[in-house]
Ligand binder design. Structure first.
Ligand code: ADP
Ligand code: MG
Length: 240
């Protein structure tokens, strides 16, 4: 579903993604871990073209990333993203937040978008908040609304960049539970997170990044119980 071939990314003379080769299969759940500044967010942002790569190639569902225009909008619709800060439109209702992009970008009718939006709000457990505004929701509910909004575009792959890092601890699980059910339903997902319990439960593969490189990748059990590189061992000794 996603293929990165020899991807390099520079910011000026700062080389932040180095020799990235990564293939993500349909329905695979990949958790990306690594120290702060190792390039995890940049990797996600390159996959949905919020950032351009310096060289190398990224294919989504077999197609190279277009650089502009309508094709780029369509690609962004295929690659959903959920951020640490929920980024909901503050002056729109929750249901509007979920339906605006499908109407605008996918060109579906208002009534169809509304029916699908309500279904998605039901699925993430906040159907009763459809007519509320973001500020009236808890952080966990806002993040679940953001997930519904991403799903509304019927993406082929969903990227999550530290989706629970801004939440109070008691709200983390309600968001992770939604993500676990998406994983079980076969959504292709790339998840940057420090939630190792989630990684053990939901990930098919853990990718460990350090200083812009993929240093190691393995099944969660193998990675957490028997990390191979010194850098992964040092990282895990700090967070576990
Ligand atoms: P992570 O998400 O793993 O913490 P990032 O992908 O955010 O890491 O950052 C990787 C490196 O790229 C860091 O050194 C960061 O300072 C740098 N960086 C990220 N975004 C920018 C930007 N827009 N301009 C310049 N440098 C950036
Ligand atoms: Mg980051």
């Amino acid at each position: 579903m996603v293929e990165m071939r020899d991807v390099q990314k520079h910011y000026g003379d700062h080389h932040v993604l180095k020799d990235i080769d990564l293939t993500i299969a349909r329905q695979e759940v990949v958790v990306v871990v690594g120290p702060s500044g190792s390039g995890k967010s940049t990797l996600c942002r390159c996959i949905n073209r919020l950032e351009s790569v310096t060289s190398g190639e990224i294919l989504v569902d077999g197609s190279p990333l277009p650089s502009e225009g309508k094709q780029l909008a369509a690609l962004r619709a295929d690659v959903g993203m959920v951020f640490q800060s929920f980024n909901l439109f503050a002056h729109r209702t929750i249901l509007d937040n979920v339906t605006l992009a499908p109407i605008k970008v996918r060109g579906i009718s208002k009534s169809e978008a509304r029916a699908h939006g309500l279904e998605l709000l039901e699925r993430v457990g906040i159907a009763d908040k459809a007519d509320s505004f973001p500020a009236q929701l808890s952080g966990g509910q806002q993040q679940r609304a953001a997930i519904a909004r991403a799903l509304a575009m019927r993406p082929k792959v969903l990227l999550f960049d530290e989706p629970t890092s801004a939440l109070d601890p008691e709200m983390v699980n309600e968001v992770l539970d939604v993500m676990i059910s998406l994983a079980k339903e076969g959504m292709t997902m790339v998840v940057v997170t420090h939630e190792m319990g989630f990684a053990r439960r939901a990930a098919d593969r853990v990718v460990f990044m350090d200083a812009g490189r993929i240093v190691e990748q393995n099944t969660p059990a193998a990675f957490f119980d028997d990390p191979q590189s010194e850098r992964a061992q040092a990282f895990l000794s700090k967070i576990l």
